[in-house]
Design a binder for this molecule. Structure first.
Ligand code: ATP
Ligand code: MG
Length: 417
């Protein structure tokens, strides 16, 4: 039996790849306008980086990582997200020494052992944006505006931005304690996950999607009522600037996000077109992370877009033509001339193709159609005798004879014109 792709992985086939190239190109183009440069880090890292950088209690670290023993006994993990590896690289190469306000982006595969379903895979891809060294709420607003501008650049319109502040080391511990207290009374009536989280990670209770728990969750204390003055002021300014820029958002005190490192601003963009896996991108501020991982005390903020989900949201596009000139040497002696012309056309920057298998005229015309060929150049016995090519303009369904010595210039002009 033929071997199949591993469960939860998928192939991006040639018909789909155009959409991926467009979202990658849109990222490179747009992010550059905001001062971001690309960084590429390895897909595997020391396991400890993620344990420390994401948090041992998170779903990702506790049950989703692909961890394996290296042959020399070390423990390695396929990256489940990009931020920890980027922070590691920033520290390792002292990037903040030369550029204390560092803006980088990355794209590539991530790995999480989750239950595969539509929009959820075990190997998936993210576009990731990170800004280091900025504490100002202006950068929170800019980052959020950039996330939306990116969706916009990709042609994605139907979505909602959800915004929250999760406080910082000054105010969150007291809030979490308050939450834990409140949960002591109500958790026993909640779902099994919530009962467990009530003690280990009370914030995650706010993330619960179980219908029966929703009414209870509504009664729990809200972080936004317990922010310290610094966090409250910061959050108010983020909202004011988003209003100023005309960026619409919905506040949700329940948006705590899955990673332990977030402080202050957290945000997410969802789309109801995606069904159950509605989150397209998520992000937030992580001011303590660089220091926690052994670097300088530098602030950080960023977001990650799920590329599979983004690709699902792209507006449909007509198949792009991938052939300028399809050559049709019909006479046996025509092949050599066609091969030379094909090479010259390619050298002149045109996409030129021919079918060397000697299939019938009809089947070759079908191929030309499938490739979206703009021109077909036919060289049969009759054309050979007259020293011409019959050039067919496919869009116009027009045909004309072109003398062989003019064929290259003619096709170049037509194809570029
Ligand atoms: P979800 O709630 O859907 O599990 P998440 O909070 O785990 O998402 P993040 O860690 O914030 O997601 O990652 C950012 C984005 O990466 C998500 O918004 C989503 O678009 C995408 N993403 C996360 N996990 C997967 C996955 N297993 N398959 C495909 N895309 C994913
Ligand atoms: Mg998840």
């Amino acid at each position: 039996m033929a071997i199949q792709a591993v469960r939860g992985t998928r192939d991006i086939l040639p018909d789909e790849v155009g959409a991926w190239q467009r979202i990658e190109a849109a990222a490179r183009d747009l992010f550059a306008r905001y001062g971001y440069r690309e960084v590429r880090t390895p897909v595997f890292e020391e396991t400890e980086l993620f344990a420390r950088g994401i948090g041992a209690e998170t779903d990702i670290v506790s049950k989703e990582m692909y961890t394996f023993a290296d042959r020399d006994g070390g423990s390695l993990t396929l990256r489940p997200e990009a931020t920890a590896g980027i922070v590691r690289a920033v520290i390792e190469h002292n990037l903040l020494n030369t550029d204390p306000a560092l803006k980088v982006f990355a794209m590539g595969p991530m790995f999480r052992r989750e239950r595969p379903q539509k929009g959820r895979y075990r190997q998936f891809h993210q576009v990731d944006v990170e800004a280091f060294g900025f504490t100002s709420p202006t950068v929170d607003a800019e980052t959020i505006e950039l996330a939306l501008a990116y969706l916009d650049a990709c042609g994605v319109r139907q979505h909602e931005l959800v915004l929250n502040s999760v406080g910082d080391r000054h105010c969150r511990p007291a809030y979490v304690e308050r939450l834990r207290q409140a949960l002591r009374d109500v958790a026993p009536s909640m779902c099994a996950d919530c009962q467990r989280r009530a003690d280990t990670n009370p914030l995650r209770v706010l993330d619960c999607k179980v219908e029966a728990d929703q009414a209870t969750i509504d009664t729990l204390p809200r972080i936004t009522d317990h922010l310290c003055e610094g966090c409250a002021t910061h959050f108010a300014e983020v909202r004011r600037q988003l209003d100023l820029l005309g960026v619409p958002y919905r506040l949700s005190h329940r948006l705590v996000r899955g990673l332990d490192y977030y402080v202050r601003t957290t945000f997410e963009v969802t789309s109801d077109l995606l069904g159950a896996q509605s989150s397209v991108l998520g992000g937030g501020r992580y001011d303590g992370l660089v220091k926690d991982l052994g670097g300088p005390d530098a602030a950080g903020i960023g977001f990650a877009v799920g590329m599979e989900r983004l690709a699902l949201l792209l507006p449909p596009r007509e198949v792009e033509p991938r052939c300028d000139v399809f050559l049709m040497p019909l006479a046996a002696a025509a092949l050599d001339r066609a091969l030379r012309l094909q090479r010259e056309l390619r050298g002149a920057g045109l996409a030129a193709m021919l079918d060397p298998e000697g299939r019938s005229f009809k089947s070759r015309m079908k191929q030309a159609d499938k490739l979206g060929a703009r021109f077909v150049a036919i060289l049969g016995d009759d054309e050979m005798a007259r020293g011409v090519y019959t050039v067919r303009d496919m869009a116009r369904s027009e045909q004309q004879d072109v003398p062989e010595e003019k064929i290259l210039d003619h096709l170049k002009e037509k194809a570029n014109g």
